[in-house]
Design a protein around this ligand. Structure first.
Ligand code: KIV
Ligand code: ZN
Length: 510
């Protein structure tokens, strides 16, 4: 009988800390629904003290999720913990995750606290949290660079105070797998009350070792892994959920534990997160990359055809490849459309939004015969944003001909006022962006422009991500359309809308 390995997903919190990956409340609820379907044990939904928006998002996720435990992050500060407790109050099963840094470099330079003060603050944090729940997780931030004796002391005290999960973060992705495994083993062996808590790990990928470090910890007794879909997360990201889950599942001969993840939901979750954040998945990414199960060389193809296991250690269909159902066509009615949205966990705010989305679905179905779940997700993302946005694309005319200078003429609505501009450019996208800038003069710098196809085939929708920076703010905008120049214009305007919105979020580690 295998032990249970708890999967704690932090896509909605640490994942959201990637520059430009911030999500709306509705987007968080959709991803949380997908994670719940997948069988994730704990969903870290956000950092409620960061902003009113994140408070609302954590509350909305906690209200809609029934099967998974919903967790909120809080610094070891009374105000943060009370805000998190309030966000989770009167909802389903929940957890408060509190943290304080324990490495000499963080305590001295960031916190400006002595080790004794840090222990005292951590214990107080557990006491405040226990006024709301007995499901409390504690993290000694930057544990990977903390002194072992100090870690043992603080962890013993927080377990005594009531922490039920002890999460060991390798915050800066510094440790090596053998070292990190040994750290977990030593803590479990040396801390007298360690058997009263579940040991968890949270590894960052700065040296590309987040998954290896997490698995090494599992081999040394960790029974919770914190991870994210597609490895999204601060800087180089976190350990990727799909890699952890599939490594443990595929090597059941090697691990003494297993997760309860329904792996068929992995690829749809990956696509959903990639679509919402605009962070594309590299083709050779393990498990969820487009090439992860593709065999190019003749010898491999021959082997797979004769006996699949010659070159395949997992089955593509087991992780959800090919699971995106062929959905609706142009003859489908509103009810079929509404019920498929429901099956995908998408609740539209009002009948008006449903009607608009349905109209746009019909337009899309005219251009593209087969509509897949991913097309619907993209359509809904676009529609959900439109009504409250300042800038909207009304029309776009492009002229492109070999030997001629590309030209764009764009009509935009700014708070309902129509404005028009035209421009030449080095290509149709450049001409479009120049025309937008002629009108709006945002002064933002273009940091990234990327195009991906949402489904396969030349009639697929292109999904464009535009990353803009202005002063110290970085935002990602997304747009989808069967015409990639139109998708580019939508993405550029969506980024400008985000830059324009005044929503400021605090960062948990600052
Ligand atoms: O990386 C980290 O240390 C964190 C903690 C808040 C757990 O994200
Ligand atoms: Zn982290």
């Amino acid at each position: 009988m295998q032990e249970h390995l708890i999967i704690f997903d932090t896509t909605l919190r640490d994942g959201e800390q990637s520059p430009g990956a911030s999500m709306t409340k509705e987007e968080k609820v959709r991803i949380a629904w997908q994670l719940e379907q997948m069988g994730v044990d704990v969903i870290e939904a956000g950092f409620p003290a960061a902003s009113n928006g994140d408070f609302e998002a954590v509350r909305a996720v906690a209200e809609s999720v029934k099967e998974s435990i919903v967790c909120g992050l809080a610094r070891a500060i009374e105000a943060d913990i009370r805000r998190t407790g309030d966000a989770l109050d009167n909802t389903g099963p929940s957890r408060i995750h509190t943290f304080i840094a324990t490495s000499p470099i963080h305590m001295k330079n960031k916190l400006r606290m002595s080790p004794e003060q840090v222990i005292e603050q951590a214990v107080k944090a557990i006491k405040w949290a226990s006024e709301y729940t007995d499901n409390i997780e504690f993290s000694p931030e930057d544990a990977g660079r903390s002194e072992i004796d100090f870690l043992c002391r603080i962890i013993e005290k927080v377990i005594e105070a009531g922490a039920k999960t002890i999460n060991i973060p390798d915050t800066v992705g510094y440790t090596m797998p053998e070292q990190f495994g040994k750290l977990i083993r030593t803590l479990r062996e040396r801390i007298p009350n360690s058997d009263r808590a579940v040991f968890s790990v949270h590894c960052h990928n700065d040296l590309g070792l987040a998954v290896a470090n997490s698995l090494s910890a599992v081999l040394n007794g960790a029974r919770q892994v914190e991870c994210t879909i597609n490895g999204l997360g601060e800087r180089a990201g976190n350990a990727s959920l799909e890699e952890i889950v599939m490594a443990v599942r595929t090597r059941q001969d090697y691990f003494t534990c297993d997760t309860k993840i329904n792996t068929k939901h992995i690829v749809p979750a990956s696509k959903l997160v990639s679509g919402i954040t605009g962070f594309p998945v590299q083709p050779n990414k393990a498990i969820v990359g487009a090439n992860a199960f593709a065999h190019e060389s003749g010898i491999h193809q021959d082997g797979v055809l004769k006996h699949r296991e010659t070159y395949e250690i997992m089955r593509a269909e087991d992780v959800g490849w090919g699971a995106n159902k062929l959905l609706l066509g142009k003859h489908s009615g509103r009810n079929a459309f509404r019920s498929r949205l429901k099956e995908l966990g998408i609740e539209l705010d009002s009948e008006e939004v449903l009607n608009n989305t349905f109209m746009r679905f019909k337009e899309l179905a005219d251009k593209k015969h087969e509509i897949f779940d991913e097309d619907l997700q993209a359509l809904v993302s676009d529609e959900a944003l439109v009504p409250q946005e300042r800038y909207r694309l009304l029309s776009l005319k492009i002229r492109c001909e070999t030997g001629e200078t590309p030209y764009a003429c764009i009509v935009i609505s700014d708070h309902g006022n129509e404005m028009q501009a035209e421009s030449d450019g080095s290509g149709p996208v450049d001409a479009t962006f120049c025309a937008i800038e002629k009108l709006l003069r945002s002064g933002a710098q273009l940091q990234l422009f990327s195009v991906n196809n949402i489904t396969s085939g030349t009639d697929a929708q292109g999904e464009v991500t535009v990353r803009l920076q202005k002063s110290d703010r970085i935002v990602n905008g997304h747009g989808a359309d069967t015409d990639i120049v139109v998708a580019s214009a939508k993405a550029y305007l969506s980024a400008l809308n985000k830059l324009h919105s005044k929503l400021e979020r605090a960062h948990p580690q600052v």
